[in-house]
Design a protein around this ligand. Structure first.
Ligand SMILES: [Cu+2]
Length: 309
């Protein structure tokens, strides 16, 4: 599969390169002899790099000397026209094709210091730019080519990315699994252990921080034969118990179910307390208010009220 995809990429590269070559009728490589040296105008060095099967144009357009190109070892496969065999004045030019990859060093027959190199790259290793272009085009065209790119560079990255992701998920799952496990183990360990845990757990749930009632309004000094006040009840089906005590004697008492919200209460004194109030003119009373509900914390408050006639 990889070979197949790699083949596609290679094919794309091979198609791309001749296309470039045919687009430019001139030789892709240029080497100009001058007084005194060789220059590749593309990079201002005496080295020119081409792909196997491509050509280099050698010429001596300007100057007042005699130069030529003599290859040290490897020779181009063909030159059109033939390169001057001897150092010659300006005006010569030849386009030489190199089919075999390798480094072709050359020298001017008249000047030993005038040297240069033709680097012929293999077709399998096309110009890096060409490969990049081919890969890019391939990536854009097909998703399969993306996999092909991955064969060379992306595969390690992909494997690397995939591997950390997997352990990350694994550890996350492990952590979450670990949390329930103790709970499960606690239950499993023994019924004795499980029972206290179970008993302890629901209790904090039942004893919620919210009290059953709040905001008690009870005037410290009141007139008449009844103690009046109000409070705010938190939950439905709450029980409100109000006790009015004169010392340790009950002067009035009331217990009722109240709705959430404002709960007013009014407790009329019993006959004994009424008599005492009538005689003394005022009574110092203790009012004990208790609110209980199924969900909230029991609420208790004790206040002192002076009742005046
Ligand atoms: Cu020369």
């Amino acid at each position: 599969m990889r070979r197949l995809i790699a083949g596609i990429v290679l094919a794309a590269a091979l198609v791309a390169i001749p296309a470039l070559a045919s687009a430019d009728p001139q030789a892709p490589g240029v080497m100009v002899a001058f007084d005194y040296g060789f220059n590749n105008p593309a990079n201002n060095t005496s080295t020119v790099t081409i792909n196997a099967g491509e050509t280099v144009s050698f010429s001596y357009p300007d100057g007042g000397s005699f130069h030529n190109v003599e290859f040290d070892a490897g020779e181009p496969d063909s030159c059109t026209p033939v390169l001057p065999a001897d150092p010659s004045p300006t005006g010569w030019q030849a386009t030489c094709r190199f089919n075999t990859p390798g480094n072709y060093t050359f020298v001017c027959g008249a000047h030993a210091f005038m040297t240069g190199t033709v680097v012929v790259q293999g077709a399998a290793t096309p110009t890096p730019t060409a490969t990049a272009t081919a890969t890019a085009t391939a990536t854009a065209t097909a998703t399969a080519t993306a996999t092909a790119t991955a064969t060379a560079t992306a595969t390690p990255t992909a494997t690397a990315t995939a591997t950390p992701t997997a352990p990350a998920t694994a550890s996350a799952t492990a952590t979450s699994t670990a949390t329930p496990t103790p709970t499960a183990t606690a239950t499993t360990t023994s019924e004795a252990t499980a029972a206290p845990v179970a008993t302890t757990a629901p209790q904090p749930v039942t004893i919620q921080p919210s009290p059953a009632a709040s905001a008690v309004k009870l005037a410290a000094s009141q007139k008449g034969q009844a103690v009046k006040g109000s409070l705010t009840v938190a939950a439905a089906n709450s029980r409100l118990k109000v006790e009015v005590l004169r010392g340790k004697t009950v002067a009035a008492t009331s217990t009722k179910t109240v709705k959430p919200g404002n709960a007013p209460f009014s407790l009329t004194l019993n006959s004994a307390a009424k008599k005492a109030l009538k005689h003394a003119g005022k009574l110092k009373l203790t009012v004990k208010i208790t609110v209980t509900s199924a969900s909230g914390t029991p609420f208790t408050v004790t206040k002192t009220v002076t009742l005046k006639r």
